[in-house]
Design a protein. Sequence first.
Length: 266
Amino acid sequence: MLSALLLTLVGALPLASAHIAMFHPSMYGFNWTDQNSTDLGYDNRPVAPLQGYTFEQWWFHGHTKYPPAPGQFFELPAGQAATAELACDKSHTSSFASKIEDHGTDLQRGNDPCPTDGVPFPNPAMHTTGFNDLKGCALAIAYESDVSKIKPEDFTVFSINQTCVWTRFTDFQVPARMPPCPEDGCHCAWFWIHADDSGGEQNYMNGFKCKVTNSTSNVALAKPKLPRRCGADPDYGKPDAAPGNCTYGAKQPFYWFQKEQNNVGS
Ligand SMILES: *[C@@H]1O[C@H](CO)[C@@H](O)[C@H](O)[C@H]1NC(C)=O
Ligand SMILES: *[C@@H]1O[C@H](CO)[C@@H](O)[C@H](O)[C@H]1NC(C)=O
Ligand SMILES: *[C@@H]1O[C@H](CO)[C@@H](O)[C@H](O)[C@H]1NC(C)=O
Ligand SMILES: *[C@@H]1O[C@H](CO)[C@@H](O)[C@H](O)[C@H]1NC(C)=O
Ligand SMILES: *[C@@H]1O[C@H](CO)[C@@H](O)[C@H](O)[C@H]1NC(C)=O
């Protein structure tokens, strides 16, 4: 029902409905325009949800051919917090000036990720019924400078924020023992799977170039394993946690709801 509604909306007003992306000049697809989506034939703005896509369409949001400008990296200070900017549109972030369609209009409004006139907070694009319904989001890293060499199983989740996407400025704690990146940097990605009670289940991924700063360790990250379900999930008939089922240590992100290369069941 909801996906039918979404399809209708997308068909009629291709680019009006917004969701959320992590915006930073180090991201792939930083200058993606509405016109680029129209030319491509589907909504591939960084904020568009990824659902039922081929691997090429969902991996790095289909933006691997649109790298950031040279020298742009999202910095990860080891042992400190990195602040990401999450928003429904680039015009609501500190990168507003580079939004081509808006001619660089500044539509930032404090910490609100989606300040859209007439829509009360939280905006439907935040996909939550309220603060207690937030499902969090994650940052993952691959210690590889060449984007074409990265495979989904190479990403290791290194930080999550449980209260994401409540605020535009969202802090991610960077583990103190993150080793430095190769000379040309690492690749990172932001992942979000929101509550299923406010707009269906969707996967989000935005890739960007990143670098660990102030690193004091040279120990490589452990090889990430597949995450397994182990928490209590009373809404789905699992009243108790099953700690024996947990994956301990380094984990891959969830890849879900796509046509190809999912790593968790539906
Ligand atoms: C995207 O569209 C803009 C105009 O909106 C154009 O200048 C740019 O070349 C396009 N980029 C790609 C990758 O097609
Ligand atoms: C995006 O646009 C801004 C402003 O025009 C420019 O400074 C930046 O280099 C562009 N980035 C890419 C990847 O093209
Ligand atoms: C690195 O650590 C030093 C102190 O050890 C601190 O002054 C500096 O701000 C840190 N730099 C970054 C990028 O976090
Ligand atoms: C999540 O982000 C919020 C907003 O920036 C911040 O207040 C909070 O401390 C962060 N949580 C964690 C675990 O870092
Ligand atoms: C254990 O994990 C698997 C894979 O995620 C999942 O299918 C299964 O339901 C989990 N079992 C329990 C008891 O949570």
